[in-house]
Design a protein around this ligand. Structure first.
Ligand code: FAD
Length: 471
């Protein structure tokens, strides 16, 4: 087999031809990292210019800053300010190669990773593949709503929202206008709360400027949560404050309520409520999406990989898992660690040390998670913070939230863009340009719209005029 590989950072003239994904030839142990999210990136940073070959595989050529997806979705930020290209990130990382590919299968018996572009072998494999939106098996809801787990999801939400606001100006049908301007967010965790707050701010400050023909009561925002409180992972104080902040922003919060169906027009809940809405944003849960080839016995609740305290997948010799996909189950953490950026970053950094020790046959300390606290913002200038025993909210928490997020974004340019946008928005309440660059289309969504317009009587049975919520 003739190699056409371009040796990278290597004095060797040829590449390893047993792999169909071309890689630089090396005698160093090869660590293949799948996923360049918070966990994968922290790991690669920890292995920078060390005596190992690192290959990062990701289906995107960029890292995504998920905590600010909601700001892209509501036109607060442009997408390129919260994503960062791996090749730019790895400038000066002599031992790191990036390959754009999607991993579909693992073959542990032959230490091989199968991707949509070809195969490659590893000495150590790290799965840092994160999670996807969990619709809990409700296919109809999945077809008709939008999750928020990828920058493309954020753009879809933005386009759906702007298109529906435009369509609301066109239609003469009041029922349809109600549905087009009603927004339902499912899930009262940080993502749902932050999305609801940002939409409420959009409604308060942008709607009157961009759509002077609408009354300012036209946009209804509902936040549905199955538990009896918002931000259940934070303190009671944070949950109560958040509920109050959202109520002040006119968000209708429905606690102890679970969505049971959504056909693109009407949201149904388990208690029998019907909410007429053409905008449903689903942030109610995540689940792992594990490539084929991993024995089911290693997969636990939430589709996470059961890993030990050295972040090794239980029962596998040289396969590790970090970040959202890893379930480190111990007596202290029977449900694993929280699926947040801090866990992912700490696990990535820790695994870098474990792997470097492993290749030198040295022992490693077990992973211990240090909870540095939690923050969530609720609209502009309000946030809640839990820092150890300290719980506070309001402007100080919002300032802290802003600084922490700004410092965490990759790259000087991105920090500058986000900081600049926030400064403009702080003083003027302006957002990014609300432009529909590409139209958002969804088959089921379009079918539902057609059904709506061709059979209004039928819809009126489940979409009683004006009563946005029907208990
Ligand atoms: C909307 C939203 C808001 C959030 N807000 C916060 C917050 O405020 N604070 C906080 O701490 N956490 C927050 N989180 C959670 C946080 O973003 C996650 O815990 C964190 O991203 C997990 O990091 P990870 O590296 O495990 O996975 P991810 O960051 O999800 O990265 C996974 C990577 O793997 C790649 N990948 C996946 N499968 C494959 C495959 N088969 N082949 C190749 N590549 C693959 C993906 O492209 C991605 O780059 C939020 C999450 C969301 C969705």
């Amino acid at each position: 087999m003739k190699s056409n590989c371009i040796p990278e950072n290597s004095t060797e003239a040829s590449c390893i031809v047993t792999d169909s994904v071309c890689l630089p030839n090396t005698v160093l142990p090869r660590i293949v990292v799948v996923g360049g999210g918070f966990a994968g990136l922290a790991l690669v940073e920890g292995l920078k210019n060390k005596e190992v070959q690192v290959v990062l595989i990701d289906r995107n050529n960029f890292h995504q800053f998920q905590p600010l997806f909601y700001q892209v979705a509501t036109s607060g930020l442009e997408p390129d300010s919260i994503v960062f290209p791996f090749r730019k990130q790895f400038k000066g990382y002599g031992n790191v190669s990036f390959r754009l590919a999607e991993v579909t299968q693992i073959e542990p018996a032959s230490n091989t990773v199968v991707t949509d572009k070809g195969k490659l072998t590893y000495d150590y494999l790290v799965l840092a593949i994160g999670t996807k939106t969990n619709f809990f098996g409700m296919e109809e809801v999945e077809r008709n709503s939008l999750g928020m787990k990828d920058i493309r999801d954020s753009l879809n939400i933005r386009h759906m929202m702007l298109q529906n606001l435009e369509q609301a100006a066109i239609t003469c049908d009041e029922d349809e206008r109600d549905a087009l301007t009603n927004f339902v967010i499912v899930g009262g965790g940080p993502a749902g709360v932050e999305m609801a707050g940002a939409l409420a701010e959009f409604c308060k400050y942008i709607l009157p400027k961009d759509y002077p023909e609408y009354p300012n009561t036209i946009m209804n925002i509902f936040l549905i949560e199955a538990l009896d409180e918002l931000l259940a992972s934070m303190s009671d104080k944070a949950s109560i404050k958040t509920l109050q902040y959202l109520k002040n922003l006119n968000v209708q919060v429905l606690l102890n309520e679970a969505v049971s169906g959504y056909d693109g027009n009407v949201v149904s809940t388990k208690s029998g409520r019907k909410i007429s809405a053409k905008n449903l944003i689903w942030t109610a849960g995540v689940t792992g999406q594990i490539p084929e080839g991993i024995n089911q016995k290693h997969i636990i609740k939430g589709n996470r990989l059961k890993t030990d305290t050295h972040l090794k997948v239980e029962g596998m010799d040289n396969v590790f898992a970090i970040g959202d996909i890893a379930g480190v189950i111990t007596d202290e953490t029977p449900k694993g660690h929280p699926q947040v950026a801090q866990t992912a970053i700490q696990q990535g950094r820790h695994l870098a040390k474990v792997l470097l020790n492993t290749v030198q046959s040295k022992p490693s300390k077990p992973f211990r998670y240090k909870d540095k606290g939690s923050l969530a913002t609720v609209g502009k200038r309000k946030a809640v913070a839990d820092l150890g025993k300290l719980h506070f909210g309001g402007y100080a928490a919002w300032l802290l939230w802003s600084v922490v997020h700004l410092l965490s974004i990759s790259g000087f340019r991105n920090k500058f863009l986000v900081g600049f946008n926030w400064a403009i928005s702080y003083f003027t309440y302006e957002k990014s340009n609300r432009v529909i660059i590409r139209s958002f289309k969804r088959d089921a969504y379009m079918k539902a719209s057609l059904k709506y317009s061709s059979n209004n009587e039928l819809e009126k049975d489940v979409n009683p005029k004006k009563s946005s919520i029907d208990a």
